[in-house]
Write a protein that binds this ligand. Sequence first.
Ligand SMILES: Nc1ncnc2c1ncn2[C@@H]1O[C@H](COP(=O)(O)OP(=O)(O)OP(=O)(O)O)[C@@H](O)[C@H]1O
Length: 224
Amino acid sequence: MEVYINNLRYKTGGFDLEIEGLNLKDGNIYGILGPNGSGKSTFLKILSGKIKDIDGSIKFNIEEENPYTKISVLSQKPYIFNCSVEDNIKMSVKWAKADLDNFNNIVEILELKDLLKRNATNLSGGEMQRVAVARVLSQDKGLILLDEPTASIDPINTRIIEKAILNSKKNDRCIVVVTHNIYQALRICDKIIFINKGRIVEEIDKESTKESNIINEYLLYTSS
Ligand SMILES: Nc1ncnc2c1ncn2[C@@H]1O[C@H](COP(=O)(O)OP(=O)(O)OP(=O)(O)O)[C@@H](O)[C@H]1O
């Protein structure tokens, strides 16, 4: 599901977001990076329809009365239900009217088989995040928005989650990942978009990352 953004403007308190033009295309994973408070989560909330009082236009390439039903979102603080891992994921699949095959595939790729009967609220942070990611990816939506999917997650769980995100890439799906992890963006994203103070300051294709001053600066300060 593609997104076409034109003259987007949004103001809240002392913060304003302004994006003149941006197209998010199918078959791609987009990484959104930028300093704390630069507007990344706000941008995702606008894309998901959670924030609606915007100026400008956001259009999608699908004929659907409510295109927002075709979007699934992993928020910064995902909600987990007080029931088994299996029920948590199956509930998401059912709500999205997705095929149950998605449940089996996602359980396999996120290595959740041994946890299925456990109560999801008793899991470790990393295990719980894998369940939250499973809930979002198993819905089989056209636009997937992931807000910091691996924040505070160890390298092993990060690898599993990144593998699941990469595995979810499809010709008719667009995935947007907000992350502070430049290495993650370089590993999984086809395009990296830097936001600062509510403005896009650079858009870089996977092929050109070595020439980007912003990426080189991020790499320098991430490694120290
Ligand atoms: N509900 C709100 N009311 C007023 N201001 C808000 C609200 N939500 C966010 N903001 C402000 O908007 C700005 C952008 O916030 P946002 O959460 O989008 O940043 P971010 O880039 O995702 O930050 P971080 O990397 O810290 O998660 C911040 O200055 C924040 O304080």
